[in-house]
Design a protein around this ligand. Sequence first.
Ligand SMILES: [Zn+2]
Length: 142
Amino acid sequence: MSLLSIASNTSAWRGYEYYKEKKVISWKQTSLSVFEGEVIGSDMPYHVIIDTEHPKKSTCDCPHAEGKRIICKHKVALFFTVFPEEADKYMAEIEEYEREEEKREQEHYEQIVKYVKSLSKEELRVALINALVEAEERSRYR
Ligand SMILES: [Zn+2]
């Protein structure tokens, strides 16, 4: 179980941005699996410790994570700074997901086009009326 896999999507993404913006100002390795660093916060730098062997033992003194086992963006930023290859892997996975999402949308669009082309004029009229009514109802209840 890696630190990244127990982080929320938001923390992972914000942590990636912090890493890219070089908000980790310093870090050092203190034992085999423990890394300590300073990450730029809103007022002052936060003191972050990550344990890659036991991710839940990682700490950060930001208001979001202090005293809790939450993986905040500062922990993720430190993790990516220590292991840049993990950041590349993370980004590659996101791009892959976006490509697949685009493909799914394209396929869905093609299905709709195919369906519409298969309809007769009368069927088209009925389908269009139904679609307009549905769209109107949806906007009314929003
Ligand atoms: Zn934090």
